[in-house]
Design a protein around this ligand. Sequence first.
Ligand code: F7E
Length: 322
Amino acid sequence: MKTAFITGIAGQDGSYLAEHLLEQGYRVTGIIRRNSTVEHQKNRIADLDIEVEYGDLTDQSSLERALRIYKPDEIYNLAAQSHVRISSDIPQFTVQTNAVGVVNILEAYKNVVPEAKFYQASSSEMFGSSVDADGYQRETTPMRPVSPYGCSKVFAYNIVHHYRNAYKLHANNGILFNHESPRRGSNFVTNKVVKGAVEIKLGLANKLELGNMDSYRDWGHSYDYVRAMHLILQQDRPNDYVVATGITRSVRDMCDYVFSKLELDYKDWVVQNPKYLRPEELPYLRGDNTKITTELGWNPTYTFEALMDEMIEHWMQVYQSQ
Ligand code: F7E
């Protein structure tokens, strides 16, 4: 039985990945952060047969302690300060966690279980304002990040290469484009729009405040993307892969789809609040998934519409069961 170790196991991706690995027969372990409200620590993973210790990416001793206890075959580093706009409010915390924290886990990995395989949650936010001439971002696209979050992820991406080359570690980057689900935090735009539209439909709210509606994102489902993470670690040699659907839409397009599905016109309900604008916006993302589809046989199973429909259904059930 293989053992997997997941940082960020209580998050959206961590919980889907834990479920997937349990289905594959893994022993699944990880770290969670201490929180004063106990219920908030594990609500996405409460029903799963997993083992967790307290730990934090900023505390290397906690990482080494957990790795010594579990001795994993595979390490998935999913923990992060993952909100791009908030990374401008707390830039130093973001860099400590997402950049220095990756050095900490790489050191712990090198010192305790160097024979394991390692996955780093890299991000399309690393590309920033950079787009290839054909309108896609891919593994070879230059990186010009436009946020503290993006800058921290570029550092992490590069330090993974350094540990791969210098210490011959099986250290990999998955460059994941936006991926969503009903488990997404509701301050990310997909779940914010779906939750807000359902509240309006049910008479529980009378407007939805958003930031920039004209940015484009390539949105997939977390369920599909955690399968890509696992596939990446099943290869003999470490590598980097873009994980994306290859289709891009604007926030406005998404609002149009979600409100229309609820027989509403988004133009009657959505207003802009400058507080949700970013100091520097990333206007356009569209990933080329050719490398992972041809080399590893990965393909997304969810369409954008199926993803949105599942999220609408989720919020309908939440409110109608109250
Ligand atoms: O924003 C616009 C916003 O916060 C998407 C993270 O998982 O994916 C995610 O980062 C777009 C942006 O995701 C609101 O300006 C408009 O253009 O859902 P988001 P993100 O910033 O793309 C990448 C790949 C990651 O790695 C990150 O960890 O939507 N937008 N109005 C808004 N966004 C938010 N959050 N709230 C609004 O009111």
